[in-house]
Design a protein around this ligand. Structure first.
Ligand SMILES: NC(=O)c1ccc[n+]([C@@H]2O[C@H](COP(=O)([O-])OP(=O)(O)OC[C@H]3O[C@@H](n4cnc5c(N)ncnc54)[C@H](OP(=O)(O)O)[C@@H]3O)[C@@H](O)[C@H]2O)c1
Length: 341
């Protein structure tokens, strides 16, 4: 009763993390296929104790495949997902299908019931990394006191842009110490020892696409009535996104109540108030599965306001782990029955 799995983008940041997590969680796979571009054919990627030879996505036949994890960019998804979705359920990490009304956009701790809608297109979309960690923390608070408005500022790591961006931060940092002027390539400006208030392209109203994604995705996953404003900033951190989140609720919620609710919430670890250094940072939470919440405090400048700090590993909960959790739900509630039948 095992499944045949294909990982598209298996040589990249997210794809390699998917392979790692499938092994760690003992995912019921009979066969795992690693796919990437023609450039990588023949290269090997790790899957537990095995090395998988990378195959060419362009010529791969998806017949017989049950689940495809897709993480190779929107253009690549546009080209192959319709072909793959004729045979398999595609769990897509790119932004391409997220706002398609016939494609569920899922964070399993928040809206697992949405997975039921996958069969319209045989595609399930995984939200943006910054959206995922935020909605995991917001959901239990919304259930308790109903959120009216969210204002979030992000501090996003370079791994969110892919492997080449991590190399750019590394090389620019080294360059600064060896008197080689950093030359921006992946990013519009120097990223080493700098911060850049610009992620994805600018839209007509001055928002960036990343900021827009956080707003519309939160509405689709959590509640369309929530008002929201996001400011997204790239920082010279390799792995781990951080967010400072300000929330206005319909009814009163104290910092103590929020702390107690979040301590019980699935996928959340609260690190707060034991002493002055009790807060999470990206360097400390890299490689972990949970969304970390710290510095929970009341915002007295508005009625029923709270502020908190939220950190997560963007390659795990922000991408690969969320995708694998979706596949686990899918198997448990939908595919298992179909396979047995
Ligand atoms: N990193 C994150 O935190 C994060 C979070 C959420 C969503 N995502 C999304 O996930 C996707 C992948 O991100 P990443 O960070 O893993 O990028 P990455 O490290 O740059 O890896 C890109 C992967 O895509 C493959 N690829 C590129 N062009 C291809 C083509 N024409 N055909 C087949 N495979 C191709 C690459 O294969 P080769 O090695 O053969 O070039 C590589 O395996 C992006 O859409 C990104 O927006 C990333």
């Amino acid at each position: 009763m095992g499944y045949k799995i294909a990982v598209v983008g298996a040589t990249g940041n997210v794809g390699s993390e998917v392979l790692k997590i499938l092994d760690e969680r003992k995912f019921p796979a009979d066969e795992v296929v690693a796919l990437a571009s023609a450039r990588s054919v023949g290269k090997e990627v790790s899957y537990g104790e095995c090395n998988l030879k990378v195959q060419n996505l362009d010529t791969f036949d998806f017949k017989g495949t049950d689940i495809v994890f897709s993480a190779a960019g929107s253009d690549v998804s546009k080209a192959f997902v319709p072909r793959a979705a004729k045979h398999a359920v595609v769990i897509d990490k790119t932004s391409l299908f997220r706002m398609d009304p016939d494609v569920p956009l899922v964070v399993p701790e928040v809206n697992p019931e949405a997975i039921d809608g996958y069969s319209k297109r045989n595609i399930i979309a995984v939200p943006n990394c910054s959206t995922i960690q935020m909605v995991v923390a917001l959901k239990p608070l919304h259930d308790y006191a109903k959120i009216k408005r969210v204002v979030v500022a992000t501090y996003q790591s370079v791994s969110g842009t892919g492997k080449a961006a991590m190399d750019e931060l590394f090389n620019q940092t080294k360059g600064v110490f060896t008197n080689n002027t950093p030359v921006p390539d992946i990013y519009p400006k120097q990223i080493a020892f700098n911060v850049i208030p610009h992620i994805d392209s600018f839209m007509e109203d001055g928002m960036t696409k990343e900021e827009w994604k956080m707003v519309v995705e939160t509405k689709k996953i959590l509640d369309p009535k929530i008002k929201m404003c996001a400011s997204c900033v790239r920082v010279p951190v390799f792995i781990g996104h951080s967010e400072m989140i300000n929330v206005e609720f319909e009814r009163e919620i104290t910092a103590d109540e929020a702390r107690a609710i979040l301590r019980k919430a699935p996928g959340v670890t609260v690190i707060d108030t034991d002493n002055e250094l009790t807060y999470a940072t990206p360097a400390e939470t890299q490689g972990d599965d949970d969304v970390y919440v710290s510095r929970i405090r009341e915002d007295v400048s508005v009625e029923n306001g709270l502020n908190f700090w939220c950190v997560a590993d963007n390659l795990r909960k922000g991408a690969a782990l969320n995708a694998v959790q979706i596949a686990e739900h899918l198997i448990k509630n939908q595919l298992k029955k179909a396979k047995a039948a």
